[in-house]
Design a protein around this ligand. Structure first.
Ligand SMILES: Cc1cc2nc3c(=O)[nH]c(=O)nc-3n(C[C@H](O)[C@H](O)[C@H](O)COP(=O)(O)O)c2cc1C
Length: 260
């Protein structure tokens, strides 16, 4: 132990795995550090697309992507996959800087291939979307080897949708929305504890209060891509692109197979 270091549990991220070798030694020019090399070996040994995966026949896919989106979600739910309703939402700042985070899916409009999510208008995504109302949503269900990518325009739903979404939440979730300012720098854990207590008191005194920054968004896909992985790497990819006008038999969408 060096002077001034306290004995105790290793800080998070200091590496607690087994067989990971010496820590912290840096490699030469272009050589990964020991710790990175050990991590890389363990990453390479981690299985991917290992189990039995469902079959997907793009030739038999529906003419529009909404029902396929709902169907894959439904299968993920029915099979009890962990957190099947968590997706990654990617946005871009006006200067093009991308940013992505995971969010909870709050609704699906399968007739129009749109997904609904909620968040704080003051957050990074809120600011990006106010300036640049386009986004991508990505779902991944590892046990099924399935990925769905949606990209399109984002609209803000009305205040009633925000109230309904917010008031349907647990008191703890509602208090979280009144605690400080999401994604702004936090001074200290004590500051958080103080704000959280005040927010809990507010929620119990005014259970119907909805913060004006709580926002429900709707991403309407312009493009939707379905990826069905295959353990032998003969993956299937099907992209739907929304057409300006609906023509007979295509449901308003063009379908394209993509090289995996
Ligand atoms: C499992 C999980 C679910 C989340 N769900 C939401 C959500 O529905 N809405 C939300 O605004 N943030 C949610 N978050 C937090 C976001 O990932 C993110 O930290 C937050 O939205 C602020 O990011 P931003 O400043 O980039 O917008 C969730 C995080 C996790 C880990």
């Amino acid at each position: 132990m060096r002077d001034g270091e306290e004995a105790g549990p290793a800080p998070e991220g200091s590496g607690g795995g087994t067989g990971s070798g010496p820590r912290g030694a840096s490699g030469g020019a272009g050589e990964p550090a020991e710790v990175d090399r050990a991590l890389l070996e363990r990453i390479r040994a981690a299985p991917v697309l290992a189990g039995r995966l469902p079959h997907f026949d793009p030739e038999r896919a529906p003419t529009a992507p909404g029902p396929l989106l709902a169907g894959w979600l439904d299968t993920a739910l029915a099979d009890g996959l962990p957190e099947p309703h968590v997706m990654t939402l990617s946005t871009a700042a006006p200067d093009g800087t991308p940013s992505a985070r995971v969010l909870m899916l709050r609704g699906v409009d399968s007739a129009d291939c749109a997904v609904v999510f909620a968040g704080d208008a003051r957050s990074g995504k809120g600011r990006d979307l106010a300036a640049n109302p386009v986004a991508a949503a990505t779902f991944y269900w590892p046990a099924h080897g399935r990925q769905i990518r949606l990209a399109g325009t984002v609209a803000v739903l009305d205040a009633e949708a925000a109230w309904r979404d917010f008031l349907g939440r647990s008191p703890g979730s509602r208090a979280a929305a009144f605690t400080g300012t999401v994604s702004a720098p936090l001074g200290s854990p004590e500051e958080y504890a103080r704000e959280r207590l005040a927010a809990e008191a507010l929620v119990s005194a005014e259970p119907d209060r909805v913060p004006e920054w709580h926002t429900v968004y709707r991403l309407r896909a312009r493009e939707a891509e379905f990826f069905q992985a295959d353990p032998a790497r003969g993956h299937q990819r099907l992209r739907y692109t929304r057409e300006a006008r609906e023509s007979p038999g295509n449901g308003g969408w063009a379908r394209t197979l993509l090289w995996p």
